[in-house]
Ligand binder design. Structure first.
Ligand code: GAR
Length: 195
């Protein structure tokens, strides 16, 4: 059984979908949900679902990314995860941290990478006049949002879309894609999932 830790910063809707999926014949089980924000709504949801939680407030480490990561490593290493899923985790991680988990840390990003790494992905897709948008699950490497893709899902960009309507359409697909990728990844298969 693979042990999965999930890192979040917000409401954690992707996290919830991953937790819901990790039952029955799934080859992985959740061992920790951790956040850089003690107020992240997803922490309470995870606790309700019986998953251990931890919070390390990044604001206690001003201009000290390494110090924040050192503190985050405590609960994370104690949970002995085989796989780490970033699910709406909005802190940039240092190369040291990433390399420690390289090959077993996944992220979901709300664009069709390599298009639109970073923030404001939906507004950028609309501004570019793209006919399609979507989301990508990829392995995390030190370069932001640039690791090998493990899956992608596409949606149309519709006339009249704004960033919020497009984000909502993409999020529906995120909730399908991330569990599908994690299932495949936990079985040792890295063939990209296409939805
Ligand atoms: C999701 O749309 C995810 O793709 C995005 O944040 C949202 C989190 O929602 N992640 C990033 O932008 C990472 N750079 P959630 O907390 O409801 O899962």
């Amino acid at each position: 059984m693979k042990r999965v830790a999930i890192l979040i910063s917000g409401g954690g809707s992707n996290m919830i979908r991953l937790l819901q999926d990790m039952t029955g014949d799934h080859l992985a089980r959740p061992v920790l949900v951790a956040s850089n924000d003690p107020q992240a709504g997803g922490l309470a949801r995870a606790a309700q679902m019986g998953v251990p939680t931890a919070a390390v407030d990044h604001r206690a480490f001003p201009r000290d990314r390494a110090g924040f990561e050192q503190a985050l490593l405590e609960p994370l290493l104690a949970a002995e995860p085989d796989i780490i899923c970033l699910a709406g985790f909005m802190r940039i991680l240092t190369p040291d941290f990433v390399q420690r988990f390289q090959g077993r840390m996944l992220n979901i990003h709300p664009s069709l990478l390599p298009k639109y790494p970073g923030l404001d992905t939906h507004a950028r897709a609309i501004a570019a006049g793209d006919a399609q948008a979507g989301c990508t699950v990829h392995l995390v490497t030190p370069e932001l949002d640039a690791g090998p893709p493990l899956g992608q899902a596409r949606v149309p960009v519709l006339p009249g879309d704004d960033a919020a309507t497009l984000a909502a359409r993409v999020l529906v697909q995120e909730h399908r894609l991330y569990p599908a990728v994690l299932r495949r990844f936990a079985s040792g298969d890295r063939t990209p999932v296409t939805l």
